[in-house]
Structure formats: C-alpha cells, structure tokens
Design a protein around this ligand. Structure first.
Ligand code: NAP
Length: 266
C-alpha cells in the first residue's frame, strides 16, 4: 500500500521489508540517517524495544509503550504509534460507531497491540473498558495504570467502568460490553481455534479481530455463529499505514489508492 501511495504522489522513494533480529535493532536504527531513510515501520517484536532507542518519542506512543512508526528528522529518530489512532478509524469505518461510545473488551491486553488499543480507549474516554490477557497479571497492571482515566463515571451503571478480568471470566462480561477486540496472536496460524467460542458470544456484539491474514478469521466465524457483526484487521492495517504516511511526508495519504493496493494483495 505504501509503494502505491508513493507512486501516486510522485514521491521518489520505495517501501521495503527488512528482517532484523531483536539484538540487531539498535544498530539497524542507528544506520537509518546515514542510509537516507525517511522513516520505518516496526512490527513484532520490535515495537516495545524501540522506545529506548529513539531520540524523541511522541507522548501518546510513550503512554502506549510501543513504537510502530519512526521518522528520521535532521539525523534524529522520532517515534510514534499509529496503531492506537488506526483502530479508532477502523472501528468507525467497520461499524459506523465511535470507539468512545462503546463498552470495550480487549482480548490480549498484555501484548503490544492490546496495550496500544487500551491506552487509546482511555484517551478516547470510552464508556467502559474491560481488559483480559492469558497472563492475567499483565492485564491487571495495565488496568492499574489506566485507572486514573476512568475515575469518574460517564453514565450511572451497575458495573465498574474499568476492570481487568481473568481469561476464564470472559463469558460473564459479555452482557456488559458492546465491542470485543481481539489483540492476541491467536488466529494467526491456520490451525488456531477462535480465542472465544461462538457459544460465549451474543448477537448484540461488535467483534473486531486485529488479525488481517484471513478474510474471515476463526473469531469472525464464531461471531457469525452467535449472530454478531464482525470485521477483520485490514481496516486497522490500512489506517495505521495512512497515518504513518502522513507523519513521514506531512501530507494527506491517498487512502483509496492504499486501500485498493491492500485489497488486491489480501
Ligand atoms: P505480542 O506483543 O506478541 O502479544 C501477543 C498477545 O497474544 C499477548 O497478549 C499474549 O498473551 C496473547 N497470546 C498469545 N498466545 C495466546 C494464547 N494461546 N491464548 C491467549 N492469548 C495468547 O503481539 P502484538 O504485536 O501485540 O500483536 C498481537 C496481534 O495484533 C497480532 O495478531 C497482530 O497481527 C495484531 N496486530 C494487528 C495490527 C493491524 O494493523 N491490524 C497492528 C498491530 C498488531 P500473554 O501476555 O499471556 O503472552
């Protein structure tokens, strides 16, 4: 999608993939200015590690504890996170509702993407946020960190605005949430099953799977079974990419050109 955007805008640059091991990240980032890079995206497992390697970090990226976009400016590296803002646009596009108006349950709130989405929900002042993670302690510590954002009740409700729950308690929270976001890596492999069984879902739910490698992920099939609406992570991928383009080039991204390129590759 980035090469299509660069071509469309007449920018003489190319976007490519480079495989960097975790122990090589510092050296690779240091080489960017002398190799005339405009910027880079970072993916698993580099997003949290990059925080310590930037010259400057955007305030929201610091809160999210992860960097997915780096811009090289006057030889310095500046880190951003476009995954958080990307999901806001993706939810709006997929379900015609705003994240801020929803009671959200995040599966995988301990991972990089889950944390970024949870912080974004706090920044948006979401109506309610429920965090769960296979390793419960990570969800609990994130909830403790975000508690200050959810201190005042937005609407009078019988349940707490912010909660961390053990994975086994997901089913009992379903009546009190509107949107489930899967930010775990469960579903990336063909043999994976759905992170939540269809029998535990309900028709009122919106289900967003951040996984974009399948058109209909296992979680989406489980949502179908329950009569719930669902979407895969392609829209988040598109919007985080468009936001990165805007950071690199300080101009509006050609969204429809990027979308067509992405869909033709999917
Ligand atoms: P990560 O930091 O490695 O986190 C992985 C998460 O998955 C952790 O919460 C982990 O729980 C959980 N997990 C792993 N195996 C599990 C299992 N068997 N059962 C339950 N939970 C399990 O990875 P990430 O960077 O956050 O990426 C997570 C997902 O987000 C990936 O699927 C990625 O494709 C997606 N993503 C999509 C976009 C997009 O643009 N659409 C952008 C970013 C990420 P523990 O803490 O217990 O290990």
């Amino acid at each position: 999608m980035h090469n299509a955007a660069l071509e469309h805008c007449g920018i003489e640059a190319r976007y490519g993939r480079i495989h960097i091991r975790l122990e090589e990240l510092g050296e690779a980032l240091r080489l960017l200015p002398e190799q005339n890079f405009i910027g880079v995206n970072l993916t698993i497992p580099h997003k949290p590690a990059a925080l310590a390697l930037m010259d400057k970090i955007d305030e929201h990226a610091r809160r999210m504890g992860a960097i997915n976009t780096v811009v090289v400016e006057d030889g310095k590296l500046i880190g951003f996170n476009t995954d958080g803002p990307g999901i806001v646009r993706a939810i709006r596009e997929s379900f015609s509702v705003d994240l801020r108006d929803l009671r959200v349950l995040i599966l995988g709130a301990g991972g990089g993407a889950g944390r970024a989405i949870a912080v974004q929900c706090a920044l948006e002042n979401c109506e309610r946020l429920v965090l769960t993670n296979r390793t419960f302690a990570k969800a609990q510590s994130l909830a403790d960190e975000l508690a200050v954002w959810f201190a005042s009740p937005r609407v009078a409700a019988p349940v707490k605005r912010l909660r961390a729950i053990p994975w086994e308690s997901i089913a009992s929270e379903i009546p009190h949430v509107d949107l489930i976001i899967n930010a775990t890596s469960v579903g990336m492999k063909r043999m994976d099953s759905s992170p939540v069984a269809g029998a535990h879902l309900a028709p009122h739910l919106l289900v967003y799977d951040t996984i974009y490698t399948a058109e209909r992920t296992k979680l989406m099939l489980a949502a179908d079974e329950a009569g719930a609406r669902s979407a895969n992570g392609l829209s988040m991928l598109l919007h985080q990419g468009a936001l990165a383009f805007e950071i690199w080039f300080n101009r509006e991204a050609p969204l429809e050109v990027m979308r067509s390129a992405l869909v033709s590759r999917a």
